[in-house]
Design a protein around this ligand. Structure first.
Ligand SMILES: Nc1ncnc2c1ncn2[C@@H]1O[C@H](COP(=O)(O)OP(=O)(O)OP(=O)(O)O)[C@@H](O)[C@H]1O
Ligand SMILES: Nc1ccn([C@@H]2O[C@H](COP(=O)(O)O)[C@@H](O)[C@H]2O)c(=O)n1
Length: 215
């Protein structure tokens, strides 16, 4: 059987993680939220009292990253972790240190679903299905604002929007593996789609890709 690798990329709070998790459940595939890796590296640098612009410290943190229990760590979902992740993610040494882990995950026998910024371009360029999930900055800021305030975090909406815009600019403007839609990825704009409608659209994109790839 040919492996079904699904690459889901896109900007912050576009809903790519939600779609990736739903696709993974639907197809019975393992799922990796690669943003968690960068978030964990960012927090490790901060916890070590080092500067996020210190490429050597960030690379060392990435090389010694322990991925066990990452998805259960609530600190990783906080606002500061997202900002720290985006800062350390611009260091080429950090990206190189996390490359094999992600490629091994994508290379599992039956396939896998990975979401992030460079899955379709760098991590799994041969993925059978590639989606680039987006939404307007205002809608993404609202989704993230609702998510964080529901957890009791006190954030003004305008600060959230500013965060999203700054992160988009940094992620798409860096030299190393910038956030960009892969040439062969299908664009899925979820601005006017609820979660169910977005998942349905994503599933249709994957089904079409499966037919094309004969999987
Ligand atoms: N289509 C949608 N409509 C409304 N809310 C959504 C939609 N998709 C996701 N959400 C909600 O928006 C928030 C962010 O979604 P999600 O975590 O999937 O985004 P993301 O792109 O993976 O974010 P990031 O990678 O930056 O952490 C969550 O609270 C999620 O439930
Ligand atoms: N493949 C990836 C995934 C993430 N990043 C960087 O991490 C930041 C946090 O990611 P979230 O998906 O959890 O929001 C993100 O802003 C990127 O800078 C990455 O570079 N590559």
């Amino acid at each position: 059987m040919t492996a079904l690798v699904i690459a889901v990329d896109g900007p912050a709070a576009s809903g790519k993680g939600t779609i990736a998790a739903r696709l993974a459940a639907h197809y019975g595939l393992p799922h990796l939220d690669t943003g968690l890796l960068y978030r964990a590296v960012g927090l490790a640098v901060l916890d070590a009292g080092r500067d996020l612009d210190d490429a050597v410290a960030a690379e060392a943190a990435a090389l010694s990253l322990d991925i066990v229990g990452l998805s259960d760590n609530p600190r990783l979902t906080e606002r500061d972790a997202g900002e720290a992740a985006s800062r350390v993610a611009s260091h080429p040494g950090v990206r190189a240190a996390l490359l094999k882990l992600q490629q091994d995950f994508a290379g599992q026998p039956g396939g896998a679903v990975l979401d992030g910024r460079d899955i379709g371009t760098v991590i799994a360029p041969d993925a059978a299905a590639k989606l680039y999930v987006t939404a307007t900055p205002e809608v993404r800021a609202e989704r993230r604002w609702k998510q964080l305030t529901a957890r009791g975090q006190d954030i003004a909406f305008n600060d959230m929007l500013e965060d999203i815009r700054r992160r988009d600019e940094r992620d798409s403007g860096r030299d190393s593996a910038p956030m960009v839609q892969a040439d062969d990825a299908v664009l899925l704009d979820t601005t006017d789609l609820g979660i169910e409608a977005a998942f349905d659209a994503a599933r249709r994109i994957v089904e079409a890709a499966r037919v094309r790839a004969g999987i």
